[in-house]
Design a binder for this molecule. Structure first.
Ligand code: NAG
Ligand code: NAG
Ligand code: NAG
Ligand code: NAG
Ligand code: NAG
Ligand code: NAG
Ligand code: NAG
Ligand code: NAG
Length: 462
């Protein structure tokens, strides 16, 4: 009995020694915890996790920040809206293997909600800035029961996905901090919108509350149709994944020693791409969106084009006229534009298309996409449906592939001079007769040429 008691005492004090003498590394298991004042540091020292107080607040939050830059930049917060008001916070793993943040040793302030329970749960801060919960017994180091990258705060780090996992239903969105002092989500958010049942084409929106504020435009295989075209020597590269399992965009660094993030800013209502400048020891804004008046969502109303160097900036699309001319002249563009000549779907072959080059593609909320149709099939698809108003390739790489069609009014377009994508907008043939053109005539114009010849023949008959 005495011996057993002795062994137990030694074992317990050893455990105690081990725990207190433990110099914090990048992980902890269910016998350890992180109290206020202690931190986890990722293996290569890129990121640190611990307790912090934002701005002038005295509240304590658990967050992750860059370890290797002197300006504390918090990229993720656990208890965003549930601050702790003293230093009793304790981050630990509970009996069912979830990561929990405790207040005064008992109340759960925040927790993960993994549905699977690990045999030997371990929490680790990775050098990507991702905080992960995994099972040490699981041979696969990359199977996570929970990860902070799935629950972004206001910052998109390299390697983080913004989008939807269609298998689990998980939506990954970013949301600005309410204020400098309060990491609770403000109303300025960003995410991918997409209707999987109607097969709409995914688009990325910045929202203020529930109103659209800015739209990147759909991904065209190379870039978002409504954002700055990436430079070949850019510090980072985007990728966009869109299949039956998931829809997301992600960016990765081209040079690992560059530090750059995308941050939502509630104060300015901008999403900023910032880059750490070592020389000045400060963050520099690389791109800020929205960047000008034409980036404001739907600024010109329906069926209009925003041309930033024109005065005024809004013009009806060719074939359209202001719906309310008096308001339009006073630069109230909210009513948008209507057709000069109505479409006549009942008459076979009465409609054709005008090609528009360099437009930001219209809002895809009323769209339909099929990646396996070509442009000719796309045209036929659009013509076969009276409510279809435009079509385009969904991917402009190579000769172009895939098909997007739009229904109803065309919303939120702007003119670019450096875009390769063409948008074919449906017109009554009376518009087409006057304005048919076929810039650099290629096979893709063949359909238009046929329509034009058809109408020419009709006209000659008359
Ligand atoms: C901290 O919060 C708890 C619970 O919300 C409250 O009971 C307590 O008075 C607060 N303490 C301080 C110092 O504000
Ligand atoms: C562990 O935490 C999770 C999440 O808060 C909770 O659902 C579960 O009941 C906790 N388990 C125990 C044993 O406290
Ligand atoms: C936390 O709980 C443990 C076990 O219930 C107890 O031994 C310890 O004194 C508590 N600490 C605080 C600060 O309340
Ligand atoms: C827990 O699950 C709920 C509902 O699925 C989700 O809204 C919440 O963000 C999750 N919390 C964490 C910390 O993962
Ligand atoms: C990566 O960036 C660092 C720091 O800006 C620079 O010194 C280095 O030359 C870059 N490497 C490459 C391959 O561009
Ligand atoms: C938001 O922008 C303001 C003004 O430029 C700046 O002071 C602040 O640091 C920014 N906040 C974030 C979270 O980047
Ligand atoms: C559509 O075309 C048909 C046949 O030419 C004509 O009878 C009808 O009036 C037209 N409708 C409209 C709205 O122009
Ligand atoms: C896309 O088009 C292909 C070829 O016509 C067809 O087999 C497929 O069912 C279509 N997909 C959807 C979602 O309509």
């Amino acid at each position: 009995m005495v011996i057993i008691a002795l062994i137990l005492t030694i074992a317990v004090s050893f455990l105690f020694l081990f725990q207190t003498g433990y110099s914090v590394v990048d992980n902890f298991d269910q016998f350890q915890s992180i109290g206020d004042g202690k931190t986890l540091i990722s293996k290569e020292g890129s990121f640190e996790l611990g307790f912090f107080s934002p701005g002038n607040s005295k509240n304590r939050y658990v967050g992750i920040w860059y370890k290797n830059i002197p300006v504390q930049t918090v990229v993720w917060v656990a208890n965003r809206c549930s601050p702790i008001n003293d230093s009793s916070g304790l981050l630990t793993i509970n009996n069912t293997g979830n990561l929990v943040l405790l207040y005064q040793n008992r109340s759960v302030v925040w927790s993960t909600n993994s549905s699977k329970q690990a045999k030997k749960p371990i929490v680790q801060l990775l050098d990507s800035g991702n905080l992960v919960l995994r099972d040490e017994e699981d041979g696969n180091m990359e199977t996570y029961l929970w990860q902070s990258f799935h629950h972004p705060s206001d910052t998109m780090l390299p390697g983080m996905k913004l989008g939807w996992d269609l298998r689990t239903g998980l939506k990954q969105r970013v949301s600005a901090w309410k204020s400098w002092d309060d990491p609770c989500p403000g109303d300025f958010t960003a995410g991918v919108e997409y209707d999987r049942f109607r097969h709409t084409f995914p688009d990325v929106y910045l929202l203020k509350g529930s109103s659209k504020f800015f739209r990147t435009g759909p991904w065209n295989g190379l870039y978002f149709s409504g954002t700055a075209k990436p430079k070949p020597n850019a510090l980072f590269s985007y990728d966009y994944v869109y299949n039956d399992d998931e829809v997301y965009f992600i960016y990765n660094l081209n040079n690992k020693s560059v530090i750059t993030i995308l941050v939502m800013n509630q104060t300015t209502s901008h999403r900023d791409r910032v880059v750490w400048n070592d020389e000045d020891q400060a963050w520099k804004i690389y791109i800020s969106t929205p960047k000008d008046n034409c980036d404001k969502y739907d600024v010109c109303g329906a069926n209009a084009n925003c041309i930033i160097n024109d005065n005024p900036i809004c013009q009806c699309l060719k074939g359209f006229k202001p719906k309310s001319p008096e308001k339009w002249d006073l630069m109230d563009w909210s009513d948008g534009c209507v057709r000069n000549s109505p479409l006549n779907c009942s008459e076979k072959r009465s409609d054709g298309f005008i090609k528009f080059s360099g437009l930001k593609l219209p809002d895809t909320i009323h769209s339909w996409v099929n990646k396996s149709l070509d442009l000719k099939e796309c045209r036929a698809k659009c013509l076969s449906d009276c409510s279809c108003t435009a079509y385009s390739n969904s991917d402009i790489r190579g000769k172009g592939s895939g098909c997007i069609v739009w229904y109803g009014d065309l919303i939120d377009m702007r003119q670019y001079s450096d875009r390769e994508q063409d948008l074919f907008i449906r017109m009554s043939h009376s518009e087409i007769d006057e304005s048919f053109y076929c810039g650099s005539c290629r096979w893709r114009c063949f359909g238009d040429a046929i329509t034009w010849l058809f109408h020419l023949q009709e006209r000659l008959k008359r």
